[in-house]
Design a protein. Structure first.
Length: 520
């Protein structure tokens, strides 16, 4: 598949000039080798490359707001920094960015905030491309031959996954399946209606998708296969009460069981899922393929977190930004009863380089992170550069390029530990015993067994899945979603309006049919 994806990037056809239907923006990707559109659909191979394979160029990204993870200021940041898991504090003159990150921590974002806008434009851009691919597949069904139904299913499932991200982040959103629709006809559909669309599309598609493992190098590497679609279905069912008002716990268990029967299991070592060459994981279900020599996908989250001197010791370009919140430290039991995964997920206290030598700060003293000294505004603090436990999670790629942005660790989106925790939660909510799945995850990590309660489950999801982009959705489902900020200007979130992000102001300015979410 890596070879195929190289072909995709070099034969991306013609310049994509579809106008994203909800705004006036155009898709400005500039492929290196353009060909005329009439040459793009002349054979079975070119039809596949230019309708199905090309869509996977957008799962990851290298520009702001692009990709499901890896690039910054988009979907991942909304789920992570809009929660109690992580923050980017103001560090003197660093990380003010017009109050962007402070607004995320305080839940004081507005309709003009860049992150919701970036996520909205990105998600609808890929949906627009999926719609176009489905239209082209229909028009050239003769070239597709027996592959038509599997290719169509793959694109429909990918589109449904993107609509799931949209309904989770924004609530009621436009449901567009035809690129010929006029902007005057574009209106928001209810969250329940979009949920039902996603469910039906995935159920229809899964029958035609291969059962193949999506993380293994080969024809299905990085693609939507049955287990990937089943995982999204499980997530839909897990959030059904939030999305529709009606819980679907048993249905979530059903899809989790289906994934279990496909042979996925926990890796013996937690860290093996995030190694440089993690395409051999028995646990990962869907990842963003990374290859510094073939792909442009970037992993910017690690370098964004590391202190400048720490990153330099590994040959990376650190930005000294993101870190764990005090709440996360409490859940991990820092400093007295630390969960074993804390060392696997965070750099804290004294820092060492790859050679085992102590890394020094800019004064020549040993660089020591101070996890419990973190504050939203560190200006004037003696810990302005060192406060906060920093992102670890992924093994350092010693051969990384572009300052650590181009690495070979595939970025993990879905994995089996999450399946076990979803199933444990749903069993508990149905009055059943979820302790076997719950404690299987803890046991693998070397943590002692705990009673399987809702409070412990919510904590376990943070312990196991930190830095993986799930925290905001988890807090909302557990009715625990609120800002940790209690200082001047703290907003009243009692009406729950921040549980969905605002429809971006720029989008509404171009389409007066789009009403705003309550509270914005």
């Amino acid at each position: 598949m890596k070879v195929m994806m190289t072909k995709i990037s070099k034969r991306l056809l013609f310049t994509l000039s579809i106008c994203m239907m909800l705004t006036s923006c155009s898709l400005d990707e500039q492929p290196h080798d353009q060909i005329a559109e009439e040459e793009a659909y002349t054979s079975h191979e070119t039809l596949f490359l230019n309708t199905v394979a090309t869509l996977y160029n957008y799962i990851g990204g290298y520009e702001e707001g692009q990709g499901l993870q890896g690039a910054i200021r988009g979907v991942y940041d909304l789920q992570t920094f809009g929660s109690d898991e992580a923050m980017i504090p103001l560090r003197g003159g660093d990380w003010f960015d017009g109050g962007l990150w402070q607004a995320m921590y305080q839940h004081s974002w507005s309709a003009g905030h860049d992150l919701p806008k970036n996520a909205w434009l990105y998600l609808y851009k890929v949906i627009t491309l999926c719609n176009r691919s489905l239209e082209k597949l229909q028009a050239h069904q003769d070239l597709a031959g027996q592959s038509y139904y599997s290719w169509q299913a793959e694109v429909r499932a990918l589109r449904a996954m993107y609509y799931w991200y949209l309904l989770d982040l924004f609530g009621d959103v436009p449901l567009i399946t035809d690129n010929s629709i006029s902007m005057n006809e574009v209106k928001r559909e209810s969250r329940k209606r979009v949920f039902e669309f996603c469910e039906n599309e995935l159920l229809s598609a899964v029958l035609f998708l291969p059962e193949e493992n999506s993380i293994r190098e080969g024809d299905y590497y990085g693609r939507i296969t049955q287990p990937v679609a089943l995982f999204v279905l499980a997530k839909l069912m897990l959030g059904a009460e939030v999305y529709t008002g009606t819980p679907r716990w048993q249905d979530c268990i059903h899809y989790c069981d289906d994934i279990s029967w496909m042979g996925y299991r926990l890796e013996e070592n937690y860290t093996d899922n995030f190694l440089v060459y993690n395409q051999y994981s028995l646990e990962n279900i869907f990842t963003i393929p990374m290859n510094k020599n073939l792909f442009t996908n970037q992993q910017q989250n690690v370098i964004r977190s590391l202190h400048y001197r720490h990153a330099a010791a590994y040959g990376y370009g650190g930005e000294n930004g993101s870190c764990a919140t005090l709440h996360t430290l409490k859940v991990f039991g820092y400093p007295d009863h630390i969960d074993p995964r804390f060392l696997d997920c965070y750099h804290y206290e004294k820092v060492f380089g790859l050679d085992g030598k102590t890394v020094t700060d800019r004064t020549g003293q040993p660089l020591v992170y101070q996890p419990d000294k973190v504050l939203p505004d560190l200006s004037g603090s003696p810990y302005v550069e060192t406060a906060g436990a920093r992102m670890y999670k992924y093994e350092f790629d010693k051969n990384a390029t572009q300052g650590g942005k181009l690495v070979d660790n595939d970025i993990v989106l879905f994995r089996y530990a999450d399946v076990l925790l979803m199933r444990a939660e749903c069993k508990l909510r149905l009055g059943k015993d979820g302790s076997a799945d719950f404690n299987a995850v803890r046991s693998r990590a070397g943590a002692d067994p705990r009673p399987c309660t809702l409070d412990n489950l919510l904590d376990e999801r943070l312990l196991e899945l930190c830095w993986e982009g799930w925290r905001r959705s988890d807090l909302i489902r557990f009715h625990r979603y609120k800002s940790l900020y209690e200082g001047p200007g703290a907003i009243d979130e009692s009406d729950g309006h921040t549980e969905v992000y605002p429809i971006p102001a720029e989008v509404r300015a171009l389409n007066k049919n789009l009403t705003q979410n309550p509270g914005y």
